[in-house]
Design a protein. Structure first.
Length: 212
């Protein structure tokens, strides 16, 4: 089984938080944090654990630490662990943003109000759907992202077709211009030939006249 790097990161973070909580308990001689089969202080979460179990033990540990935050910092070992944990947490948050910002859906119009006001809204809670919402206050319609992707695909196809059509038109114009240029060049040649013939004719008439 290939373990996603985000899982390994979560394991490391949980272990760091556990170390902080446990060292605090030892340093202050208070009751140690509660444990559960879902996570071990050495390897982090049990790979078989589902998201609800992971959520439960994490919340339990976070509550334990939150309840004693001033004390955790006020002794050396706890302070060292806290700095390590916060630094690891900041790295993880930068690497795995936990909530996406809503993003404007570019190029597509709302099917209801025909405005370019669509925005992709990320899930607000676990297992929430991703929806596309219209930010036009008078509309506010919600759309299935697949519908918006479908509209985008149609738009993309029409753009590609229009580009191909334009390329065809340009090619046709170039061909017509080149035909016109050849025609004009031929006309010039014909006119020059005619002039040459006329001159030759005149010359021979003059010659005949002189001989007569
Ligand atoms: Zn709308």
């Amino acid at each position: 089984m290939i373990v996603p790097s985000s899982w390994l990161e979560a394991d490391a973070l949980w272990c760091a938080l556990w170390a902080l909580a446990d060292d605090y308990a030892v340093e202050w001689g208070v009751e140690r944090p509660e444990r559960d089969v879902t996570a071990s202080p050495l390897d982090g979460f049990n790979p078989e654990a589902n998201i609800e179990a992971v959520w439960f033990v994490t919340e339990m540990l976070v509550k334990y630490v939150q309840a004693s935050v001033p004390d955790v910092f006020s002794r050396v070992q706890g302070a060292i662990r806290a700095v390590q944990y916060v630094s690891a947490m900041q790295t993880a948050l930068a690497r795995y943003p936990s909530d996406d910002a809503p993003q404007k859906a570019h190029f597509v119009r709302c099917r209801a109000c025909k405005q370019m006001t669509l925005r992709r809204r990320p899930p607000l809670e676990y297992q929430d759907p991703i929806v596309v919402e219209c930010t036009n206050e008078e509309c506010g319609e919600l759309w299935d992202p697949r519908l918006v992707d479908f509209d985008l695909k149609i738009l993309r196809t029409s753009i590609v077709e229009a580009a191909a059509e334009r390329a065809r038109a340009v090619k046709e114009r170039v061909r017509a211009e080149s035909r016109a240029r050849i025609k004009a060049a031929k006309a010039v040649v014909r006119a020059a030939e005619k002039a040459a013939d006329a001159l030759a004719e005149e010359a021979s008439t003059n010659e005949e006249r002189r001989n007569a």
